[in-house]
Design a protein around this ligand. Structure first.
Ligand SMILES: *Cc1c(COP(=O)(O)O)cnc(C)c1O
Length: 359
């Protein structure tokens, strides 16, 4: 194992790359991990020097607080390779800010910016050959931040670990996506942790989502916990509705603490507005969507998130109401997905400065 220090990061390269055994023609999302990971420990009130090392199991005791109290937050982002082999991140500073907002809500100390941004750049640089280059392919980047103190007392941990792993990701394929508007279970409530990428938010979704799947729906549209009346998020994506030529999406922080402020959502709002599409960011009532569907005004529903970029919804159910959504020729979903991906893969100008070169 060779070791060097670059940008204050200790880099220990693997002596046994797994790259030659990796099957890039059958990529299953989030199953295959590249050679290295980044780790930075917070001990006794101080961040230790971050380290890039071979991807490997962790050394924690069963009493580590993360296992008991779910003091854990994560992020999701991607690295994209262009036709010339140049590698880019997409708005990584947004993920950095959001991770620290999530951490704050869970009582965790902030991660230094350099560890996150420089750390991820060095990690991606080192494993750049793991970035697949087929259409729609990328390297998924998963930062995760956990409480590591060995103690079962229910109080914030005094030690933490920030880690980043990367995983080659194929083109997102979902098939038909029909959604069920959830009117019983909730994923978030006012004053809760819905706006944070807290690990426990996802555990809370699994049971209702599995139930919906058994009923023939691939995703849930979450509604507000108080009245189950306002449409908030689709599974782990933000959601957009097109009524006539207008685009509607629910507000995030500071107006609502229930909804995750997605980078994809924010980027689509900007692209839409800059391309003459009116966007209303406001609470959306289920009744309004049903009425629009009955008047033939509901044109599209799509989810937005890093994994899928944009995911068109083909049907929506709420109690006894169900409607299919038409396949439009020039859909907003396709249009904004293409605009976003053209920026991400360096196929067009980037007037916003969203693309951040890695090498
Ligand atoms: C991550 C996530 C999103 C999408 O955020 P992006 O930054 O666009 O990937 C939306 N909703 C939830 C609940 C999420 O966890």
């Amino acid at each position: 194992m060779t070791s060097e220090v670059k940008n204050n990061i200790v880099i220990e390269k693997t002596a046994h790359s797994k790259l030659s055994q990796a099957d890039f023609s059958h990529l299953v999302f989030g199953k295959l991990f590249s050679d290295h990971m980044l780790v930075a420990d917070y001990i006794d009130g101080k961040w230790q020097t971050p380290k890039i090392m071979p991807y490997q199991p962790l050394p924690y005791e069963p009493s580590a607080k993360v296992f008991h109290y779910g003091q854990a937050v994560f992020e999701g982002m991607k690295a994209y390779k262009d036709v010339n082999g140049q590698v880019f991140l997409f708005r990584p500073e947004e993920n950095f800010k959001r991770m620290n907002n999530s951490a704050k809500r869970l009582g965790m100390p902030p991660i230094p910016e350099a560890y996150f941004l420089q750390g991820i750049k060095e990690l991606v640089k080192l494993d750049k050959d793991w970035i697949p280059t087929g259409p729609g392919e990328s390297l998924y980047i998963r930062p995760v931040y956990i409480a590591t103190e060995n103690a079962v007392a229910a109080s914030p941990s005094n030690s933490y670990r920030f880690m980043v792993m990367t995983s080659p990701a194929g083109k997102y394929y979902s098939g038909d996506v029909k959604v069920k508007v959830e009117d019983k279970f909730s994923r978030a409530c006012d004053g809760g942790v819905g706006y944070a990428k807290a690990a426990g938010n996802y555990a809370a979704q699994f049971y209702p989502t599995e139930k919906a799947k058994k009923e023939g729906f691939q995703q849930i549209i979450w509604t507000d916990a108080r009245e189950h009346k306002y449409l908030e998020e689709a599974g782990t994506m933000n959601i957009f509705f097109r009524i006539g030529d207008k685009l509607l999406t629910a507000p995030t922080v500071p107006q609502s603490s229930r909804i995750l402020p997605g980078v994809t959502r924010k980027s689509i709002i900007q692209l839409a507005e800059d391309n003459g599409v009116e966007v209303e960011v406001r609470p959306i009532e289920i009744n309004e969507i049903i009425e629009a569907a009955q008047n033939d005004n509901l044109k599209e529903i799509f989810g937005a998130g890093t994994a899928a970029t944009v995911l068109p919804i083909s049907g929506i159910k709420y109690k006894d109401f169900y409607t299919d959504l038409p396949q439009l020729k020039d859909s907003y979903a396709e249009r904004f997905k293409k605009m976003l991906m053209d920026i991400q893969y360096n196929r067009t100008d980037d007037p916003y400065g969203w693309r951040v070169p890695v090498l």
